[in-house]
Design a protein around this ligand. Structure first.
Ligand code: GDP
Ligand code: MG
Length: 439
């Protein structure tokens, strides 16, 4: 179906304004794509209506076809509907901040509790306490304890005989005594939404007064996820949603409906069983995924607004011939900054996230400041030929840029890896054009 969408898009050519006919043809396919991706039909209906209103009569951008222009509107509407990126976690005025996890059995609560603990500790340098409040499912406590051991994060539990409400209350006490700044309460689930479960969750909520209540939803459950989210939200008033198992091949249309129906943001995405496989939820790339067109579109989108085409061509040529230097690197950095995190950009290129070496080459924004300083402290020759670098030059550069030799070394290493990566990437894109695998 995604292919049909693509081919309809190609069929519609010409320039000028987007005609009513263009929009009609495109939205017919878009509608099917959305329904196939499991988006709630009412949500689809509203969406199509808005898209029609907005797209008809739009000026077609220089480098786009009318079909692409419509898709652009579709994408904007989809990502608007899902809200911006909102992966912030609350911070209580007086610690500890309490996060309560809720959701059906098997949704991924326990795993996500561990992932959040890991995220808070690694990314935010916090000291979380995990709380085993699922006393019903056999081995649920063991499971959380194993997670805790893996992460070296303490787990509070009182065995299977204790009452979950008492467990939550006592855990909070202990967290205060031991100066944990986050408490993550892993609660029980049921196979279906049921009154007992909700009552218990409400009681826990009343006792610990959580700063966040996250609903964990399995992205593979499709339409059903919407009803689940709706009832949990009615009972508990959620603060956000974590969508798990997005590493599977589900198109994830539920994401769209959940936000539309509950009004609550999807904050994180579970991208695998491992405890570091949690990512901020990105509406932009989710929109492309739901449309089934890979993230290529959003790459075009971003690149178009930010990089002038000629420069991009030159860069590509440089990547290809491997004459990429630190000067180019510096120039690119300005653009990379405009385009958002490098990581995001890489994720949009089909297959790029599978490339080895990418991890090491990732640069975060803070690092970019140092990188800039280091490169600016290099001489012209050094920038052109990193091979010149020796110990005394590195020392001089470190001094000049207010960094350390090891930071300089790290940049050199990253630079080399980036070069390697670019080489892989360009050969891959050339070889891979025929294939249709976009995700
Ligand atoms: P709970 O019953 O809600 O606590 O769910 P669990 O945390 O025990 O997870 C149920 C199953 O889903 C386990 O096998 C997890 O490894 C798996 N799981 C959880 N999150 C993800 C995810 O993001 N991706 C994948 N592939 N599996 C996940
Ligand atoms: Mg569990």
């Amino acid at each position: 179906l995604a292919e049909r969408l693509q081919s309809t898009m190609k069929k519609i050519t010409g320039k000028g304004k987007v005609s009513e006919q263009d929009v009609k043809e495109m939205t017919r396919e878009v509608r099917l794509a959305l329904l196939e991706a499991d988006v709630n039909f009412k949500v689809v209906k509203d969406l199509i209506k808005r898209i029609k209103e907005r797209a008809v009569g739009q000026e077609v951008m220089e480098s786009l076809t009318p079909g692409q222009q419509v898709i652009k509107v579709v994408k904007e509407e989809l990502s608007d509907l899902m809200g911006g990126e909102q992966s912030k976690i609350a911070v209580a005025d007086r610690p500890p901040t309490v996060i309560m996890m809720a959701g059906l059995q098997g949704a991924g609560k326990t795993t996500t509790s561990g992932k959040l603990a890991n995220h808070l500790r690694k990314k935010h340098n916090r000291s979380p306490l995990l709380v085993a409040a699922d006393v019903y499912r056999p081995a649920a406590i063991d499971q959380l304890e194993t997670v805790g051991q893996q992460l070296d994060v303490p787990v509070f539990s009182k065995g299977t005989d204790a009452n979950p409400v008492d467990i939550a209350r006592d855990a909070l006490e202990q967290a205060k005594e031991e100066h944990h700044d986050y408490v993550i309460i892993d609660t029980a689930g049921r196979l279906h939404v049921d009154g007992d479960l909700m009552a218990e969750l409400e009681q826990i909520k009343a006792v610990v007064d959580p700063d966040e209540i996250f609903l964990v939803v399995d992205a593979m459950t499709g339409q059903d996820a919407v009803n689940v989210a709706e009832s949990f939200n009615e009972q508990l008033e959620l603060s956000g949603v974590v969508l798990t198992k997005l590493d599977g091949d589900t198109r994830g249309g539920a994401a769209l409906s959940i936000k539309a129906v509950t009004g609550k943001p999807i904050k994180f995405a579970g991208m695998g069983e491992k405890l570091d496989q949690l990512e901020p939820f990105r509406p932009e790339s989710m929109a492309s995924r739901i449309l089934g067109m890979g993230d290529v579109l959003s790459l075009i989108d971003k690149a178009e607004t930010n990089v002038n085409e000629k420069q991009a061509k030159e860069l590509e040529e440089k990547m290809r011939t491997m004459s990429f230097t630190f000067d180019d690197f510096l120039e690119q950095m300005g653009q990379v900054k405009k385009m958002g995190p490098l990581e995001d950009l890489m994720n949009m290129i089909p297959g790029a996230n599978k490339m080895k070496g990418l991890k090491n080459a990732q640069l975060d924004e803070k690092q970019l400041v140092y990188v800039e300083a280091i490169i600016q402290s290099m001489t012209k020759d050094e920038r052109q030929d990193p091979g010149l670098m020796n110990a005394s030059r590195k020392k001089r550069i470190a001094k000049g840029s207010g960094t350390s030799v090891s930071q300089v070394n790290r940049l050199l290493k990253q630079f080399n890896e980036m070069k390697k990566m670019m080489k892989q990437m360009t050969s891959m894109q050339k070889g891979g054009k025929k294939g249709k695998g976009m995700n």
